[in-house]
Design a binder for this molecule. Structure first.
Ligand SMILES: Nc1ncnc2c1ncn2[C@@H]1O[C@H](COP(=O)(O)OP(=O)(O)OP(=O)(O)O)[C@@H](O)[C@H]1O
Length: 243
């Protein structure tokens, strides 16, 4: 694999107030690979995903996107860079504007890039078909669809960005087994077609085993105090294994 074709967190440290959540964590996701990230509740998995998704700047350390450092976050990152990483959250309701129909939700990234209406309509129809949403669902707003249907719309929206990296933060945890399998199938198909890197955060060991090429692990610190001493080691334990 080309060493620069990857999304990388390098020595990332993040604290919330006095509480250090990540300390010098390094994690790489290469194009075409699926990296699992495990760790107990509160160990900082979502925080690391937000850093990698360019939603939060680390206190120290850096994010590299295909070899180039990204030193800003959110709207300070140029749209062409920002949209290359998509994040799919556990709760689609928290991630979806309730005023939008599912069609408008999926179209959000296309509108943001100024795509014309007919292109947007075609893309939305294609993405809806890819994730298994029928036309009648596309006119509904989030309150009138199930969690599984809404999560599929959020996945379609993420793919509308044409990301090179997709970060799935417990993205299938709320779904029944069959919807979970469908969502996983859509993502792995897309990955094969577009050679995207996938970060998979899940507490489900079976899903991790089936899906991840290798797994990294964020450790817990037993009895972690609110204010950690600087030397407290929060480095990532790499548990490279071929599954
Ligand atoms: N915005 C915030 N402000 C203050 N503390 C936060 C904030 N976001 C996260 N935290 C804290 O940081 C720690 C790590 O949270 P994070 O959500 O990254 O963990 P996680 O490993 O994803 O947990 P889970 O598996 O339960 O989702 C937790 O103690 C959490 O309470």
């Amino acid at each position: 694999m080309n060493d620069t074709a990857r999304l990388a967190a390098e020595n990332v440290t993040v604290s919330f107030g006095q509480r250090r959540v990540l300390y010098e964590v390094t994690l790489h996701v290469g194009r075409g690979e699926t990296v699992g990230l495990r760790g107990p509740s509160g160990s900082g998995k979502s925080t690391l995903a937000r850093v990698l998704a360019l939603l939060r700047r680390p206190d120290s350390g850096q994010v590299h996107l295909d070899g180039a450092p990204v030193t800003a976050a959110r709207h300070r990152v140029p749209a062409l860079v920002r949209t290359r990483v998509a994040l799919l959250f556990q709760s689609p309701r928290a991630a979806a504007d309730p005023r939008l129909s599912l069609a408008d939700l999926i179209a959000e990234p296309l509108r943001a890039t100024g795509a014309d209406r007919s292109h947007t309509r075609r893309q939305v129809a294609e993405l809806a078909e890819r994730v298994g949403l029928t036309a009648d669902l596309l006119t509904r707003r989030s309150h009138a669809v199930s969690d599984g249907q809404l999560q599929r719309a959020c996945l379609a929206r993420a793919l509308a960005q044409k990301p090179d990296y997709l970060l799935c933060d417990e993205a299938t945890a709320m779904l029944d087994a069959s919807t979970q399998a469908q969502v996983a199938h859509v993502i792995t198909d897309y990955q094969r077609e577009h050679n995207i890197g996938v970060l998979l955060i899940t507490h489900d060991p079976a899903l991790m085993t089936r899906w991840a090429d290798r797994v990294d692990h964020l450790p817990t610190i037993a009895g972690m105090p609110e204010a950690l001493p600087v030397q407290q080691d929060r480095r990532l334990l790499s548990e490279t294994r071929q599954l």
